[in-house]
Design a protein around this ligand. Structure first.
Ligand SMILES: Cc1cc2nc3c(=O)[nH]c(=O)nc-3n(C[C@H](O)[C@H](O)[C@H](O)COP(=O)(O)OP(=O)(O)OC[C@H]3O[C@@H](n4cnc5c(N)ncnc54)[C@H](O)[C@@H]3O)c2cc1C
Length: 433
């Protein structure tokens, strides 16, 4: 029988590994429980708007992992906008221009003039470090080796926020360093896909389906069937779909919904169940008319908020004369787990938007509030960085592979999903030989 791979999940991770394997001639069947693909990056069309799940930025543009996956399967990633957009930080009650390149740091109003030298020295010191020496240490430990300046520390929270880890007391310094280095080398540190994330989802699906693979939506994998230390396949609709290898792509916190804990040692089970994600809320708005021409993002650290008007840089996302706006608030996982935590965050996010744009809610035609216990699968704090996470090939169930944003990939958020697929594809290939 020809060797085949069953993939659980049709988000960034599942579609990427599906496309990479299918393109290499390996038969794949991808099972997605939802009726649509995309997972936490699912895109909808609503009243003439194209709406991603909150803002979905692509790090490092053409040199980032999303573009690398697409390139590997013969596709390209088209971006939406011109390179030099200005983003703003809401700090001390006003919007302050965020410096784009290190050269701008000496003039940034985000820190007072007397702190700028220390800021520049600390950032340069970071660029000179090897991230591998710092994955297990906090951003605060790094900063305090160079300065005690409180303004510089506050600025480093902004750098932490680039990997959704704005708490410098816990954020992995190595992960932030790795981001800063990649951003420095990239032509575009942050970019957005033209026409929304749908572009990536559609292209990857097409590759799978035109290279002999199969995508089954509305198909939940009930269980991964094991036979000793191997998976014999997946149970779907009560029937066994035999597979030579199984790829699990949902957040690993949900692994034991699909496979018994008895297949793994207790420390593996405990790490998976207790891996801390990032949590938060997002609200997408359709506005009856444009209320600002701002093309960049609005960032705030207290509370942790990211806002944008995507139709300002990509006109295809909203009907003519209207505006799409999207806002995200990140809250600690412990708060999100409390019954009222996410509900309160939605109210607080609305209050923040109102403070910034008093006329905003007069123009809202529709809104889509969403709450996520798992926003990014892994919060990149010390103990959860790339060196700490499970290996891609399970040492316990030998033909089970982990891909997705809680897997052992580089980067943060969706990049981990793309990068883990890039790393997993040759391993699975080798395993099937
Ligand atoms: C509001 C918001 C904004 C974000 N912004 C960004 C951003 O700007 N940049 C960025 O890089 N990342 C961002 N992220 C994170 C990014 O969306 C995720 O990291 C990424 O989508 C994760 O992809 P994945 O494939 O690992 O997992 P998922 O997207 O969760 O995919 C797993 C899939 O598996 C399916 N599934 C689960 N169980 C089963 C089963 N038993 N059988 C079949 N199917 C199953 C699920 O339905 C899901 O579709 C954001 C996330 C959110 C929520």
């Amino acid at each position: 029988m020809q060797k085949n791979v069953a993939i659980i999940g049709g988000g960034f991770g599942g579609l990427s590994i599906g496309a990479l394997l299918a393109k290499a001639g390996i038969p794949v069947t991808l099972f997605e429980s939802d009726t649509d693909l995309g997972g936490r990056a699912k895109c909808i069309e609503k009243e003439g708007y194209i709406v991603d799940l909150g803002l979905h930025a692509i790090r490092f543009g053409n040199s980032g992992p999303a573009a690398r996956v697409l390139k590997s399967v013969g596709q390209s990633l088209e971006f939406a906008h011109k390179k030099d957009r200005t983003s703003y930080v809401y700090q001390d009650g006003r919007l302050i221009k965020r410096p784009n390149v290190i050269e701008d740091f000496m003039e940034t109003e985000l820190v007072p003039p007397e702190s700028r030298q220390a800021l520049l020295q600390t950032v340069f010191a970071m660029v000179g470090e090897n991230p591998a020496d710092w994955y297990g240490k906090t951003l605060l430990e790094f900063v305090e080796q160079h300065t005690q300046d409180q303004h510089v520390k506050r600025f480093f929270r902004l750098l932490g926020f680039t990997i959704i880890a704005a708490d410098i007391e816990t954020a992995s310094a190595g992960e932030v360093m790795s981001f800063v280095k990649n951003a420095q080398m990239a032509e575009e540190p942050i970019a957005e896909a033209a026409g929304g994330i749908k572009q990536i989802i559609d292209k990857l699906r097409k590759v799978i389906e035109t290279t002999g693979g199969e995508v089954r939506t509305g198909c939940r994998v009930e269980r991964i069937e094991t036979d000793g230390a191997r998976a014999s396949g997946v149970i779907v609709g009560g029937k066994l779909h035999s597979a030579s290898a199984v790829v699990f792509t949902p957040p690993v916190q949900h692994l034991f919904r699909s496979i018994g804990k008895e297949n793994f040692p207790p420390d593996f089970v405990s790490y998976s169940e207790n891996l801390e994600p990032t949590s938060g809320v997002s609200i997408d708005f359709g506005l009856s008319e444009p209320i600002t021409e701002l093309e960049g993002n609005i960032i705030c650290l207290d509370p942790v908020v990211l806002g944008s008007f995507p139709s300002n840089y990509d006109k295809s996302l909203a009907p003519k004369g209207k505006q799409l706006s999207t806002w995200l608030m990140v809250i600690p996982y412990a708060e999100a787990r409390k019954g009222s935590g996410l509900k309160e965050a939605l109210e607080s996010l609305r209050g923040f938007i109102r403070k910034l744009y008093p006329i905003f809610f007069e123009h809202v035609e529709w809104e889509r509030p969403l709450a996520y216990l798992i926003l990014d699968g892994v919060h990149l704090k010390v103990g959860q960085s790339r060196i700490d996470r499970h290996s891609i090939q399970s040492p316990y169930v030998s033909n089970l592979f982990f891909v997705g944003d809680t897997a052992k990939g580089d980067g943060c958020s969706g990049d981990i999903a793309f990068d883990s697929a890039i790393k997993a594809a040759p391993m699975i290939h080798e395993f099937l030989k």
